[in-house]
Design a protein around this ligand. Structure first.
Ligand SMILES: Nc1nc2c(ncn2[C@@H]2O[C@H](COP(=O)(O)OP(=O)(O)OP(=O)(O)O)[C@@H](O)[C@H]2O)c(=O)[nH]1
Length: 309
């Protein structure tokens, strides 16, 4: 067990305690601008909220017309803009301990003075640690929602999306359909050609699924060799067409294994969300439709029809 050195105990420190009480009073009642800025930033891990706080606090010291923040976090572009630009600008690259946390630009009609630039820099120096924490929080959150093999959102992300779709469906009557797409006889691919080929096949399948659907639709890796596709504004007739298209895309995958070209087919189960249905009930119906597609001989699409089956 690690021994923690004991803290040097001294006698009572009434003066230090009084100074601490005074510091707390000052910190609480009349904080200076840097104290107020860092205190406000420390209350949130939302990068958007932090940038709003930073924009407001800097504007209280150095007026500007437009603030723009840009950063790529976990392969996604994050952009935050307040106001409209002017001809004079200053740009800052936010770096801390060798890592980059985005670019901040300020612009306005008048030139910035040297003192104003120094003021902005002092405030950015105070903000950089909280901004770093918020960027890292986004990256960790993204990682927890992403399947590490294929790079598409994972089951956890699907659960969130189904709950959101269920709320929107009930509130605004929007139509959503869900497709479960399962590769056929995938165990044979692993058994005959090995897991490396199987993994490669899964990556190609995810990429084909993303190509096969619209930008407003989302592809998730639901489990081993099973994917889910959530289709917004789509009824079951159109969802069936998407299911068939998906299968066509999957059937174009060819993995060259020397003496053999390995191909794969997929089965799809489709369910359109019914009014007042929970996410679990909806998912269970799509799963039932997938089961029927498998039972029908695979390489086909089955719909759990809302009215007649
Ligand atoms: N390579 C690889 N294989 C996986 C992964 N996850 C699950 N699998 C494999 O996927 C296969 C799924 O097998 P089954 O559930 O029997 O399904 P199937 O062989 O596709 O048969 P049907 O679904 O009935 O057509 C198993 O061999 C799993 O080991 C993965 O991440 N990588």
């Amino acid at each position: 067990m690690k021994q923690i050195p004991s803290i040097n105990k001294s006698g009572p420190q009434p003066q230090k305690l009084a100074a601490l009480r005074q510091a707390h009073r000052d910190w609480n009642e009349s904080p200076d601008v840097l104290t107020r800025l860092t205190r406000r930033l420390s209350t949130t891990l939302s990068l958007e909220t932090q940038l709003a706080i930073l924009a407001e606090e800097i504007a209280s010291v150095v007026p500007y017309d437009c603030l723009t923040y840009r950063h790529t976090i976990a392969s996604r572009e994050f952009v935050y803009v307040t106001g409209k630009g002017g001809p004079h600008s200053c740009d800052y690259r936010l770096n801390l301990e060798g890592s980059f946390y985005g670019t901040l630009s300020f612009s306005r009609r008048q030139k910035f003075t040297e003192q104003e630039l120094e003021g902005i820099e002092l405030m950015l120096a105070a903000a950089i640690c909280p901004v770093r924490n918020a960027c890292q929080f986004i990256a960790i959150e993204q990682a927890s929602l992403t399947d590490c093999l294929t790079g598409v959102p994972n089951k956890r992300a699907l659960d969130d999306a189904l709950s959101r779709a269920s709320c929107l469906g009930d509130r605004h009557g929007e139509e959503y359909s869900l497709i479960l797409c399962d590769l056929d006889h995938f165990k044979q691919v692993n058994d005959q050609y090995g897991h490396v080929v199987g993994d490669h096949m899964l990556k190609l399948a995810a990429a084909e699924l993303e190509k096969a659907v619209r930008n407003s639709d989302s592809v998730y890796r639901f489990g081993g060799e099973e994917f889910a596709i959530l289709l917004a504004h789509t009824d079951e007739v159109n969802a069936r067409e998407v299911g068939d298209r998906i299968r066509e895309f999957i059937s174009t995958i060819v993995v060259d294994c020397g003496d053999t070209n390995v191909t794969v087919t997929a089965s799809c189960g489709v369910a359109m969300r019914l009014a007042d249905e929970t996410a679990d009930q909806w998912l269970a119906r799509a799963d039932e439709a997938l089961y029927r597609a498998k039972a029908h001989g695979r390489n086909c699409t089955r719909v759990f029809a809302a009215i007649s089956n």
